[in-house]
Design a protein. Sequence first.
Length: 443
Amino acid sequence: MHRSSIAVIGLTLALVRGSALLAQANPLLSPEERAVARTVDVENARTLALLQRIVDINSGTMNFAGVRRVGDVLRVELDSLGFTTRWVEGSSFHRAGHLVAEHPGPGPKLLLIGHLDTVFEPSSPFQRFERLDDSTARGPGVIDMKGGDVIIIAALRALKAAGVLPRMNVTIVYDGDEEDAGTPLTEARRALIDAAKGASAAIGFEDGPGDPHLAVISRRGDESWTLHTTGTPAHSSQIFQKDVGAGAVYEATRVLSEFYRQLSGERYLTFNPGLALGGTAVKLDSTGVAGSAEGKSNVVAEQMTVVGDLRTISPEQLSRAKQTMQAIAAAHLPHTSAELSFDAGYPPMAPSAGNRRLLTLYDRISRDAGFWPVTAVDPSKAGAADVSFVADIVPMKIDGVGLSGHDDHTTQETADLRMLPVQTKRAALLLYRLSVKSPETSH
Ligand SMILES: [Zn+2]
């Protein structure tokens, strides 16, 4: 996606420059930071082995035993770093559960977010970690997001080795159901939201846009909506007459056309009617993705049901769009009715000033460590992720700083292993500067 040969050459040069700078005691890093970076290099093989080990454990969202097993492996690592760990049972939201790890300390509270599950269930043919060459490996969840999960561990190990972990206040939440969240959603995300309270920064280790020059500071939210209209059944020859009116199909299409006319020009706002059923009788399955309709060309339609999504960049845009949509639905054609309901999903994460501040710090760290500048990815290219659930609670958020690669959610999911030590160093230095010397966090 983001690969051009120029970018690859640039990246390689930056890497060479990066290791050279670190080797000659890079003056832009403090002695403690240099020690952290050295440990990351020394331990890279161990980190890669941990990644391979957890990729080889199937943890499709609905394979609860597998999700727990991945959690158990990470839990042992975190216990040995001095974290207090606990498994949050998932039965109340019909999923495996989550791993939560806490390390209290005098520094500002930092929330690190990972997830244990993948989209590849045991029935998938894609099950194993496979080394392709020196710099790449393919495997289920290798970048989304077991790579990010081990980057968290490796960064903390390096911080511990440098003697700075005792000063840090870190909480980690590894959700067990990011790819297919449990219901009710408020229950499924309670542990994450609770962990976010009092945090000054939240860092998501998703693979992001696959380009280590980019990070995510804004994600659009994603809700679903259902429009249900009714009309007065009659012989089609009487449609538009005073006592018959326009019918359910015209009413639904009026609503949809007005959505398009009034709202389609707004930046970062999208709404897509994905399924429509209209006629004399319609039935939407409980799955919400299939149904049936019957009707005749000579009968005025009595019902129509349309389901769609709504993506927004901020809570303000979300509530404005919903108000406009409700007002449109309320202005009926003759002898019809329309009812529009919304179902909350992922909230939007707006590009706040705090998020920009955190990106500025991350960009600075990347350049100080001898790598390259980092800018924000266009939010229209960033999907929903768990960090969005803490958007309103935590002042500074960044995501997409996990392991880079390409083709996640497909059987070609591939990691760029050259980025494993790079992303781990950047993560560790970010945690360090946020905890230990943080002029950026004090205003
Ligand atoms: Zn993910």
